[in-house]
Write a protein that binds this ligand. Structure first.
Ligand SMILES: Cc1cc2nc3c(=O)[nH]c(=O)nc-3n(C[C@H](O)[C@H](O)[C@H](O)COP(=O)(O)O)c2cc1C
Length: 394
């Protein structure tokens, strides 16, 4: 069984994550995790905090001499900004005179209002601190470990931005076009695109939002390449891989829509132009191939061997330098929403969080299907399973 859980507040002392179920024998080092943590901190349109934090995950358990032991792995990430919050966010009682950095002006679009009533909190900081996207740092660290395991099976996860602001999403499902995406250029781009035209459009949208003292959202795309057939199951609703991925993506802060393949566009086309025709193909390990991938690699909640393609819609950030009208949670007075230092556009870094969530979702079903307490056992099961495909289509 694979599971993970995170803990930690945005301005508290640290974040932690525990992962259980990764096999023994995986090479694990802090540098691999660091690469993804740093990728999460980049992006045009990010706020000042990213300059303060240089995230680093420390391995606290489950790994010995750089190799996983099959026991729970725990990671610990210090919040460098905590030095400015030692009293305000102290886990221990503090003097009444201390500035607790309380706030009471609800930010529309945040968890403030519902969270305050739900947890009976008169200081909205007690809601924001955990509802904040800072928590996704711990998920990215966990996702980096999962990527190492998936890589052993050949599965690679990539991401890119396909729209920011009012630009038309550059979603492509043509297999050849997907293969020609230049991932190196994307890694170098501050807005994670390999198109110079789109890069300019995205940056212009962010600059305009900044000038207008507002924020912009967008859509990012996460793709898993070299997918084996048969991960997930149609046999029960909660075993469907498309459902697991949708939940994982939707759980990312500010995500409001998830599409597998060309799910939304398909609704405007006749069925003949939507479904992916299968052809025999002896050169393929599966003995078959699809001529297109509108289904985004998932049919019946099961991976069909094509790349898994997930498009994820992110709303514009709720905190704005020109705040919306709001109310004070305690007095009921009409006020301006709270403003704290904030991002203008979080779509590029959200890509990296999306990669982590896809890696975590795929790890669950990979471990379920191929099992094994050591990576060698998992790889042997994987290889036997692939050999069994040769029975078909002969
Ligand atoms: C990478 C990332 C960074 C974010 N940064 C901010 C931010 O600086 N300011 C803000 O108001 N919201 C930010 N958000 C969004 C809020 O966390 C989110 O809108 C809020 O917690 C309410 O949850 P919901 O939008 O999922 O309903 C960020 C989200 C992500 C994914």
């Amino acid at each position: 069984m694979f599971r993970f859980i995170t803990a930690g507040e945005s301005h508290g002392p640290s974040l932690s994550v525990i992962l259980e179920g990764l096999p023994a024998g995986l090479k694990i080092n802090e540098d691999n995790i660091k690469v993804d943590l740093q990728r999460r901190q980049k992006g045009f349109g990010r706020g000042g905090r990213m300059k303060i934090e240089k995230d680093h995950a420390v391995i606290k358990s489950g790994v010995r001499h750089g190799i996983s032991m099959g026991s729970p792995i725990s990671l610990w990430i210090e919040n460098k900004d905590f030095e400015n919050w030692t009293e305000a966010m102290s886990p221990y009682p503090v003097n009444e005179s201390v500035d607790k950095k309380e706030f009471t002006k609800i930010v529309p679009g945040h968890a403030d209002f519902a969270g305050a009533l739900k947890y009976k909190q008169h200081d909205l900081r007690n809601v924001l601190e955990r509802a904040s996207a800072r928590e996704t740092t711990a998920r990215v660290a966990a996702g980096a470990l999962c990527k190492s395991m998936l890589k052993e099976l050949g599965i690679i996860i990539r991401s890119r931005v396909i729209s920011i602001g009012d630009s038309v999403p550059s979603n492509t499902l043509d297999s050849k076009e997907i293969e020609s995406i230049n991932w190196e250029t994307i890694e170098k781009s501050e807005v994670r695109t390999d198109s110079k035209d789109l890069e300019k459009k995205f940056i212009d949208s962010i600059l305009k939002a900044k000038k207008d003292r507002t924020t912009v959202g967008g859509i990012f795309q996460v793709i898993a390449f070299n997918m084996p057939v048969g991960l997930g199951s149609f046999s029960q609703w909660d075993r469907k891989l498309d459902g697991k991925i949708a939940q994982a993506m939707m759980s990312i802060n500010a995500v409001k829509g998830v599409e597998i393949g060309s799910g939304f566009l398909n609704t405007r086309k006749p069925g003949r132009n939507v479904h992916d025709v299968i052809i025999p193909d002896k050169s393929d390990i599966r003995n078959f191939n699809h001529v297109s991938n509108h289904a985004g690699g998932l049919e019946g909640g099961v991976s069909n061997g094509e790349p898994i393609i997930v498009n994820v819609a992110i709303k514009p950030i709720a905190t704005m330098t020109n705040p919306l009208p709001s109310v004070d949670i305690n007095s009921g007075e009409i006020v301006e929403a709270q403003y704290n230092r904030s991002d203008i556009c979080q779509v590029p870094p959200a890509c990296v969080i999306g990669e982590a969530m896809l890696a975590l979702s795929l790890s669950e079903v990979v471990i379920e299907k191929f099992g094994g307490d050591h990576i060698d056992e998992m790889l042997a099961n994987f290889s036997n399973y692939q050999k069994s495909h040769k029975e078909f289509g002969i």
